[in-house]
Design a binder for this molecule. Structure first.
Ligand SMILES: [Zn+2]
Length: 186
């Protein structure tokens, strides 16, 4: 006897103006209850799914995303930054405080004709800088010393050689992890 014309309380889907316990809706993309979608790394895909399959819920979420200070007018790129409602950190997409492992090498002038080579980032690979400086000194038969928190200066222009020598000495540092900063002005 499902009369279609009458608004039956059993109708599928949320109805405007009606408050009732809504059973948990699951997202077809990430399979989580939709309120957790925003913690899913592919939230964009979830949104696409929601927009298609649960347009009403989608609208609600989008509105939640816009804070009240979004004010009128265009709130386009703001939306994305506003999805934090605090609290549960369910699924963190990526750890941001994890500093990237990266070694850089660069050349800096020293005097009129000489250059030194600056190496940074070795300690991101847990390499003892003193040991490394000594190694470079021996390898290139020149001065080499720890000059900063994570910086070694080698007396001489050996930047290009480092791309071979560093991965050879420390296999965990792939050549791809070494960035050539070129010539520095000091
Ligand atoms: Zn989802």
């Amino acid at each position: 006897m499902a009369a279609e014309g009458e608004s039956s309380s059993l109708a599928v889907g949320p109805q405007p103006g009606v408050k009732y316990p809504i059973s948990v809706l699951y997202c077809g993309n990430c399979t989580m209850p939709i309120e957790y979608c925003e913690y899913y790394p592919e939230y964009d895909k979830c949104k696409q799914w929601l927009e298609k399959n649960l347009p009403r819920e989608f609208e609600k979420m989008v509105k939640l995303g816009e804070g009240d200070d979004g004010a009128d007018g265009a709130g386009n790129d703001d939306d994305k930054k506003r999805q934090k409602r605090g609290g549960k950190g369910m699924m963190k997409a990526k750890k941001k405080d994890d500093s990237p492992k990266q070694v850089t090498v660069s050349r800096a002038p020293r005097g009129k004709k000489k250059s030194v080579t600056v190496v940074t980032g070795l300690s991101t690979f847990d390499i003892d800088l003193k040991v490394a400086a000594k190694f470079f000194g021996t390898k290139f038969a020149c001065g080499s010393s720890v000059t900063g928190d994570d910086e070694i200066v080698i007396q001489g222009d050996v930047k290009d050689e480092l791309f071979d020598i560093i991965p050879e000495k420390w296999p965990e540092i792939d050549e791809d992890f070494i960035e050539d900063l070129g010539d520095l002005k000091r």
